[in-house]
Design a protein around this ligand. Structure first.
Ligand code: HXC
Length: 512
């Protein structure tokens, strides 16, 4: 065999991972192989593999293991829409994609290159966890990865797709990264699986119920996306990346856009006259941003707040918006944490923020108080207060109480604050306010109801509007809603070169 033939033979063996039978078994489960996933993810012909011939020589370290070229993970770099990315894709056909020492070293090498060269890293996870034969060496490999995930946080975007099992401590690498995408029915994440759960808590639960995509998309919020299948997951990864810069020193790419009409008359009638009537804030968003540019993140979790990426005049923005169509847009623990984490991502990666406000306040109740709405609500307040990216607020309707302050008010550093004429910016709603401050007056009236209504009207006229806030300069402009898109285009353009120097510190202490 010539030397070149010898290389081809080795390469062909590496391409097969754990062998054809295991590839067939992977396909039978409705899953693609590590290499097939990379082919779909990366621009055609752009993948450069590194470490294809790495193999496991840890024989005798604990238990013997047969060595496979590549050792259960395909690593390298390539491009997505022409932009450099580093990738690793775990190969379930080799020891269930479990993490050995060389497997971890390959991932670490790619992570170090991604950091040094300022490009995103994407992990496609499909793994049975620590390589059992390797004992603590595998745990060390995980910790090496966690450490790098943390160092890279806020420096380069880190995306994790979960395309099979991800259990035990292995979940903590994706958890530290910026976004998690899961595939329905074929992926799951949990710290302890159904068997341990049954032993410890006597609960009977399936893997899917305990840690499937829907569970984490709607109940825990661990995943940001639940994708119907692997193809959708890979498409979502690409779209997500399109809003992001390569690293924290860079700006997100600018896309061509249809310069559709700047004035949007539909906005004039979208907000109902009756302040108690819900409407869908996503319809407002659709009128404000470039056509088809909105990508909602965490769609099924804490639906009372909406977060997601979009573009305005071709430039990426992040949106944080109360959703009056769900729980009247109230802020609760989950909504606050969801909004805070998204805000911090945008701020870390120079993505300007648009905050849309229609919020009746924070959710009352023992459940919220005992589970620390104080600490959790403070996260959103803190995240917005520390954000130095361009920040624009539109108050579409209610902005009451502490939630007024939190939702990107002028006082916590917003650059431009607009309000629609329907806006009600006050300490609380008219009825609640009147019941407190005019209690004696109402109690002593001959007809309490009539008096109450008179006072509510009076309060509404004086306080439930945007004009007091505009008089104080807390609102820069009360705008006709149809003008909102135009104001945003001009506002974000005006703020394009914003620079803010933060006080010197090691890092802040966000209330965790
Ligand atoms: C070595 C493993 C492995 C592992 C699977 N395999 N997990 N080899 N170490 N952790 C091997 C199997 O022996 C099998 O080899 C092949 O991978 C496919 O596994 P199957 O069981 O046949 O596949 P499936 O039925 O789809 O089940 C997948 C699975 C199951 C649910 C992941 O294999 C499983 O429960 N594995 C163990 C998971 C686990 O306990 N991991 C350690 C967790 S502790 P062959 O030769 O037949 O193809 C942990 C700590 C991390 O991860 C801590 C970080 C700080």
């Amino acid at each position: 065999m010539s030397k070149i033939e010898q290389l081809h033979t080795k390469t062909a063996a590496a391409q097969l991972g754990g062998g054809q039978a295991r590839i067939d078994s992977q396909h039978k489960k409705g899953k693609l192989t590590a290499r097939e996933r990379l082919t779909l993810l990366l621009d055609e012909g752009s993948f450069e593999e590194m470490g294809m011939l790495v193999s496991n020589n840890n024989k005798g370290l604990t238990l013997d293991q047969e060595a496979f070229l590549g050792d259960g993970v395909v690593t390298g770099y390539g491009t997505i829409n022409g932009r450099l990315v580093y990738v690793y894709s775990q190969d379930f056909t080799v020891y269930g994609g479990s993490l050995s020492e060389p497997h971890a070293e390959k991932i670490v090498k790619i992570m170090d290159l991604a950091m040094q060269n300022g490009a995103p890293i994407i992990g496609l996870n499909d793994s049975g966890g620590a390589r059992i034969q390797e004992g603590v060496v595998s745990l060390g490999g995980y910790a090496d990865i966690f450490y790098r995930n943390t160092r890279a946080s806020g420096v380069i975007p880190q995306l994790s797709a979960i395309m099979g099992p991800c259990a035990g401590g292995a979940v903590y690498s994706p958890a530290i990264t910026d976004f998690i995408l899961m595939v329905e029915q074929t992926s799951y994440m949990f710290v302890t699986g159904p068997n341990v759960v049954k032993t410890v808590t006597h609960e009977e639960v399936t893997s899917e119920e305990l840690g499937g995509a829907q569970t984490h998309a709607s109940k825990s919020g661990v995943t940001h996306f639940a994708c119907a299948n692997e193809l959708e997951c890979i498409q979502n990864l690409k779209q997500l990346l399109s809003y992001m810069p390569q690293n924290c020193q860079d700006d997100a790419p600018v896309y061509p856009y249809e310069p559709a009409a700047e004035e949007r008359p539909a906005l004039n009638t979208l907000i109902p006259e009756n302040p108690n009537q819900p409407y869908d804030m996503k319809e407002v968003i659709a009128e404000l941003v470039d056509a088809e540019s909105f990508l909602e993140v965490h769609k099924d979790f804490a639906e009372n707040i909406i977060v997601g990426f979009a573009r305005i005049a071709g430039r990426s923005i992040g949106i944080v918006a109360n959703q009056p169509a769900h729980l009247a847009g109230v802020l609760d623990i989950h909504a606050s944490v969801k909004g805070a984490r998204f805000t911090r991502f945008c701020d870390a990666f120079n993505i300007p923020l648009l905050v849309l406000v229609d919020v009746p306040g924070f959710l009352p109740g023992t459940d919220q108080e005992w589970n620390a709405i104080i600490t959790n609500g403070a996260k959103l307040l803190y995240a917005l207060s520390e954000a130095t990216v361009p920040r624009i607020t539109i108050t579409t309707r209610k902005a009451y109480g502490g939630a007024y302050c939190v939702m990107n008010s002028k006082h916590i550093g917003a650059d431009l604050n607009f309000a629609f004429p329907q806006a009600e910016i006050a300490v609380m709603g008219a009825k609640g306010a009147v019941e407190i401050i005019f209690k004696k007056d109402i109690d002593s009236a001959s007809n309490a109801e009539v008096r109450m209504n008179e006072l509510v009207d009076e309060y509404t006229n004086r306080f439930s509007n945007p004009y007091l806030a505009a008089e104080k300069g807390y609102i820069d402009e009360v705008i006709v809603p149809e003008q909102a898109r135009k104001k945003l285009i001009r506002g974000f353009k005006m703020l394009e070169n914003k620079v803010v120097d933060m006080p010197r510190k090691k890092h802040g202490n966000i209330p965790l």
